[in-house]
Design a protein around this ligand. Structure first.
Ligand SMILES: Nc1ncnc2c1ncn2[C@@H]1O[C@H](COP(=O)(O)OP(=O)(O)OP(=O)(O)O)[C@@H](O)[C@H]1O
Ligand SMILES: [Mg+2]
Length: 353
């Protein structure tokens, strides 16, 4: 599968009263055609800022992409002018959010809004043809009674329905990449499952690539092909879904997985990772997870580890997996993915169970 999106060394900063804050720190990743990539990590770790950087939707007044490259469908986006971005967003790039109401216009019917989307592509299309296409797409995204729904306003629909309408816009546009930022957080579990099935269908049948941002690892387990774990603006682990759930390596990933409650657990058995996510302004160098990690050594506080490939396609950023600290330091190449032996240390959490 070819890469639809290639992000290299992306750094995004905010100007704040405390000075410049790095929200996304030298991030590199890719998304293949038709795959669903899960972006996970605790609140504030930079998932949304990464996606807004790709979408060209960063707040202009206090943020910017400081360095790096974002190549989407063969096109460099970091140097793209506003008009170019507007065209991309109306076509091959789409984004959906937790609350779809914020993206829908409350004073237009669903039909009117979807017709506008179609007419952005084809001004000559007749009202009749538009209707046919809208009905087709609404049926495809599983909206019951599509004829009626078309005549309704967004506030008359449920959250799940509204999210389906947003997804149908991406379908109408034949979007190549859909970034879904917590798309199911506000929905009940039944509707969540339906929306996730819909996303899977889009990836499989329409070959749409999807970046799915979520806190919920059960969502990742359900639909994602690969997982990237983010912590304080950096990726700390990247792996296939199977590898991530069966063989997680970074202490933070292990902690996240350990936080998933199981039925029948007593209160005392519920686990949480001690401490809180550090604010990027407090980053003094070194691994940002070190203050919360039971296996951190002095080295971890002094310097950030490189991303290391510990088995094919499985990358970890942790000194526990490094056997060439000195070599790496002298090269100073932080984001270079280096191969290392496959012998990771024991889980720092396994002995705590
Ligand atoms: N407009 C802004 N001004 C200043 N800092 C910001 C702004 N937006 C985000 N940040 C900072 O960037 C960092 C990353 O934020 P981001 O919204 O990407 O986190 P997130 O991983 O999406 O979290 P959540 O899971 O809560 O949505 C945070 O430390 C946040 O404080
Ligand atoms: Mg977010």
């Amino acid at each position: 599968m070819e890469n639809l999106l290639n992000v290299e060394h992306l750094t995004t900063v905010f100007r704040t009263y405390d000075g410049e804050v790095t929200a996304v720190n030298d991030v590199s990743f890719h998304v293949k055609k038709g795959e669903i990539l899960g972006l996970v990590g605790e609140s504030g770790c930079g998932k949304s800022v990464t996606s807004l950087s790709i979408m060209g939707l960063l707040p202009r007044k206090n943020s910017k992409i400081k360095s790096g490259s974002i190549v989407f469908d063969g096109k460099e986006l970091t140097t793209l002018h506003r008009k170019g971005y507007d065209e991309l967003r109306g076509n091959s790039l789409a984004m959906i959010f937790q609350e779809p109401m914020t993206s829908l216009n409350p004073v237009f019917t669903i039909e009117n809004q979807l017709r506008e989307v179609i007419r952005n592509h084809d001004r000559s299309i007749s009202k009749q043809e538009c209707r046919k296409r809208i009905l087709e797409v609404l049926n495809k995204v599983g909206i019951p009674g599509a004829e009626n729904v078309m005549k309704q306003y967004p506030h008359q629909l449920s959250g799940g329905m509204r999210q389906r309408i947003m997804i149908s816009m991406a379908l109408i546009n034949h979007s190549k990449l859909l970034i879904a930022d917590e798309p199911t957080t506000a929905l009940d579990v039944t509707i969540q499952a339906q929306i996730l099935q819909l996303l899977k269908m889009l990836a499989k049948e329409e070959e749409m690539s999807i970046i799915l941002i979520t806190h919920d690892l059960s969502v990742v387990a359900e639909v994602c092909d690969r997982v990237q774990v983010m912590y304080c603006g950096r990726f700390v682990e990247a792996a296939s879904r199977e590898e991530f759930f069966h063989n997680p390596q970074h202490p933070y990933s292990k902690g996240l997985l350990k936080c998933i409650p199981e039925i029948g657990m007593s209160d005392s058995e519920l686990y949480h990772i001690p401490g809180n996510v550090m604010h990027p302004a407090d980053d003094k160098g070194g691994c940002s997870f070190a203050p919360r990690c039971s296996q951190a050594s002095e080295h971890c506080f002094g310097e950030v580890a490189p991303m290391r490939e510990i088995s094919p396609g499985h990358f970890v950023r942790c000194w526990l997996y490094d056997d060439e600290k000195e070599t790496k330091t002298s090269e100073g190449k932080e984001e270079t993915y280096v191969s290392a032996g496959n012998e990771g240390p024991e889980s720092p959490l396994s002995d705590e169970k």
